[in-house]
Write a protein that binds this ligand. Structure first.
Ligand SMILES: N[C@@H](CCC(=O)N[C@@H](CS)C(=O)NCC(=O)O)C(=O)O
Length: 205
C-alpha cells in the first residue's frame, strides 16, 4: 500500500498515527504528494483522487481509498476491526460524533491557513477567517467541558483532536488555545508523549 501524504497535513498525520497504533506502518510506503487549492495536478486528479486532496491510500490492486476517515476505517478493518473505531453499539456513535467534531475543526484550521497564507491579500475575507476560528474555539470549549473518555484507549477521536492541537501549535504558535482549558492542556501533554505522535510531528516538506 502507498500513502499519498505531506508531512504538514493534519489529516495525513491522523492516518499515519492510526497506522502506527495498529501496527500497520511497515506495510505502507509513504509517497510525498504536493497539493493546494488552485494547483492543477491533472495526473493526480485523473489517476488517484479527483478531489486532489491528501491523504489517499493506494492499494496494491490499484484502488484508491480516501478520505482520511475512510482510510482509518479501512486500516482498522485490516487490523481486525474495533481497535480504533468501536464496534456497533453506543460507544461507536459517541466516538464517531466526537471524531466528526475534531475533523471539522481541522477542516476549519486548514481553511484559515489557505485564506490567510495562500489567497492573494486583496481577495482575503477577514470575517470568514474569524468565523472559522470561532468554530475551532467552540469545539475546543466543547472538548474541554464535555468529552468523556479522552484518556481511555486510543481511538480515532484522540488522533484527530491531537492532530488538530498539534496543527494549531505548528501554524499559530502565538495563538494560545491552552488559555482557560486546563483539561485539554494536560491531555495534549499525554497524547504528545505517545510514540505515534512523536514520530509524526508536523513539518514543512
Ligand atoms: N476530508 C479530507 C480533507 C483532506 C484535506 O483537506 N487535505 C488537504 C491537505 S491538509 C488538501 O488536500 N488540500 C488540497 C486542496 O484542498 O486542494 C480528509 O479527511 O482527508
Amino acid at each position: 500500500m502507498k500513502l499519498m501524504y505531506a508531512p504538514q497535513s493534519p489529516f495525513a498525520r491522523k492516518v499515519r498515527i492510526a497506522a502506527i497504533e495498529l501496527g500497520l506502518d511497515d506495510d505502507i510506503e509513504m509517497v510525498l504528494q504536493a497539493v493546494a487549492p488552485a494547483k492543477e495536478n491533472a495526473d493526480y486528479a485523473a489517476n488517484v483522487n479527483p478531489l486532489r486532496k491528501i491523504p489517499t491510500l493506494l492499494l496494491d490492486d490499484g484502488r484508491a481509498i480516501y478520505d482520511s476517515s475512510v482510510i482509518c476505517e479501512y486500516l482498522d478493518d485490516l487490523a481486525g476491526g474495533g481497535r480504533i473505531i468501536p464496534a456497533p453499539g453506543p460507544d461507536r456513535w459517541d466516538v464517531l460524533t466526537q471524531h466528526a467534531l475534531a475533523q471539522g475543526m481541522m477542516e476549519a484550521a486548514v481553511l484559515v491557513r489557505y485564506e490567510t497564507f495562500l489567497r492573494p491579500e486583496e481577495y482575503r475575507w477577514p470575517d470568514y477567517v474569524d468565523d472559522q476560528w470561532d468554530r475551532i474555539e467552540s469545539g475546543l470549549d466543547w472538548f474541554e467541558t464535555h468529552a468523556k473518555g479522552l484518556e481511555g484507549p486510543a481511538n480515532i477521536t484522540h488522533f484527530a483532536l491531537g492532530c488538530l492541537l498539534g496543527y494549531l501549535d505548528f501554524r499559530w504558535p502565538e495563538a494560545d488555545w491552552r488559555e482557560g482549558r486546563t483539561r485539554l492542556t494536560s491531555w495534549s501533554g499525554w497524547v504528545a508523549r505517545r510514540g505515534s505522535f512523536k514520530q509524526t510531528e508536523p513539518k514543512d516538506p
